[in-house]
Design a protein around this ligand. Structure first.
Ligand SMILES: Nc1nc2c(ncn2[C@@H]2O[C@H](COP(=O)(O)OP(=O)(O)OP(=O)(O)O)[C@@H](O)[C@H]2O)c(=O)[nH]1
Ligand SMILES: [Zn+2]
Length: 185
């Protein structure tokens, strides 16, 4: 599990490093606050998506399922700054579906870790692929990276869009376009 004492010591060192007075009132509890926050924003490190995807329902028809505009917050592993936006997930079942909330839970399991957007996108797709064995999965993420906006190149409003396809969505542009038009509706 997470080592709160290490996190607190690290935060204290960083504050000292930037020249802050760690004994002033406003900062006194900050290492502890950040340790508690880490449990929340990096809690996905201790979660297994397959637990959420275990319960499945049988369906008679294998029509496309799309869950779109799933808000997510993650942290870029290069700068530890937030990136956040919307996840859109589509799949074509193979006789089984999962509860809709479980798609959003799967996004959270992988978003709540130090991440890069490409890996987050493929981890979501792989988890669905493995647990559900559908005919195909498509995952698209659109996000703003604070390391691109508040520092460095400073390009507010720029969006990073990533997409991963598996199975029947791979190289099938008609199916991909169907998903995209449902997402854009
Ligand atoms: N591929 C990818 N890159 C990311 C993501 N989040 C942040 N980055 C980039 O990671 C790169 C790290 O580059 P470095 O050159 O090592 O770091 P840096 O000097 O801080 O880079 P600048 O942001 O250009 O100032 C930057 O180009 C970031 O824009 C992500 O989710 N995916
Ligand atoms: Zn970054």
């Amino acid at each position: 599990m997470m080592d709160y004492e290490k996190i607190k010591a690290g935060v204290q060192l960083m504050l000292e490093g930037i020249g802050e007075d760690v004994t002033r009132e406003g900062l006194l509890e900050t290492p502890d606050r950040i340790a508690r926050m880490c449990a929340e924003i990096y809690g996905g490190l201790y979660e297994d998506a397959s637990v959420h995807l275990k319960k499945q329902f049988t369906v008679e028809r294998n029509d496309i399922v799309v869950e779109k505009d799933i808000t997510f917050y993650s942290v870029c592993e290069h700068h530890l700054l937030p990136f956040y936006g919307k996840a859109h997930i589509g799949y074509i079942p193979n006789g089984k579906v999962v509860g809709l909330s479980k798609l959003a839970r799967t996004v959270d399991v992988f978003a709540r870790r130090p991440q890069i957007q490409e890996k987050l996108t493929s981890q979501i797709a792989d988890a669905l692929e493995e647990s559900l064995a559908p005919q195909g999965v498509i995952v698209m993420l659109e996000a703003e990276h604070m390391c691109m906006t508040m520092r460095g190149i400073k390009k507010p409003g720029s969006k990073t869009v990533t997409m991963v396809t598996t199975g029947c969505f791979e190289n099938n542009f008609e199916l991909q376009n169907r998903f995209l038009s449902m997402v854009r509706q």
